[in-house]
Design a protein around this ligand. Structure first.
Ligand code: PEP
Length: 253
């Protein structure tokens, strides 16, 4: 019996037109009408989000955006706010994905503002943390993840922290086909839970879902998802294929 309801979240990144997105979620639904004790989420691009959200209104699949601006409105050409994302039908938002940190210069300070914007707009953040290959090899990874959590979650209250979803995504395992070893994953997940316990107490730390992300696929999902501190997965590439995504959901026991 699991302590926390697991989550399988798909990150579609900058893929799929609205029509393709509808076809994919229909494929998931027809292939898996009753998912069991698991929350399923898809993180759509902004443009397909409203249509997918309308289409999934009575479904078990929840909707996330992949990013948000930290203000609720203003002169920020090309951006979307938490208020607009909530209005479009999402209940979750990915914050601090490594691609945003790497290509869009998002710092932990910006990510902290985005986390606050998410809560202000009733969106549950999925905070991504993780180290680069160099940080793994030099052994700095625990300090890096500690800083990502400390700054990213600055000023967050205990009740808000309990609702948080964290995704541990080693940058070197994203889209590379290279998965972290089960032992490396469990070590970091335990470290994250211990640092949450230190900051917010054991009850909050026990409530937070910590997902693993980085080349999760049907061939490795069962091993990763049975680790004691792994509460699900954030899936990139394999979430674009309904049968693969279904297999990953089914590997939650
Ligand atoms: C991701 O983008 O969050 C991710 C984990 O991608 P992939 O599964 O393709 O490595």
């Amino acid at each position: 019996m699991r302590k926390r309801t697991p989550i399988i979240a798909g990150n579609w990144k900058m893929h799929l037109t609205s029509a393709e997105a509808i076809q994919l979620v229909d494929g998931i639904h027809y292939g898996l009408p009753f998912p069991g004790e698991v929350e399923v989420i898809v993180a759509t691009p902004f443009l397909s989000l409203p249509e997918v959200a309308r289409h999934l209104r009575d479904s078990y699949i929840g909707i996330a955006a992949q990013n948000l601006h930290f203000d609720d409105q203003g002169a920020f050409t090309g951006e979307c706010s938490g208020k607009q994302i909530k209005d479009a039908g999402a209940d979750y938002v990915i914050v601090g994905h490594s691609e945003r940190r790497q290509y869009f210069a998002e710092t932990d300070e910006i990510i902290n503002k985005k986390i606050k914007a998410a809560y202000r707009n009733n969106l549950i953040p999925i905070l991504c943390v993780g180290e680069t290959l160099e940080e793994r090899e030099t052994g700095e990874f625990s300090a890096i993840i500690g800083r990502q959590l400390a700054v990213g979650l600055l000023d967050l209250t205990g009740p808000d922290a309990a609702k948080l979803i964290i995704a541990y995504e080693p940058v070197w395992a994203i889209g590379t086909g290279r998965t972290a070893l089960a032992e490396q994953v469990e070590d970091v997940h335990r470290l994250i839970r211990v640092s949450l316990a230190f900051k917010y107490g054991g009850m909050v730390a026990d409530a937070v879902r910590i997902l693993y992300g980085g080349s999760v696929k049907p061939a490795n999902s069962r091993e990763l998802l049975t680790l004691p501190n792994v509460d699900g997965a954030l899936v990139g590439g394999a979430s674009l294929n309904a049968p693969d995504f279904i297999e990953i959901i089914k590997s939650i026991d």
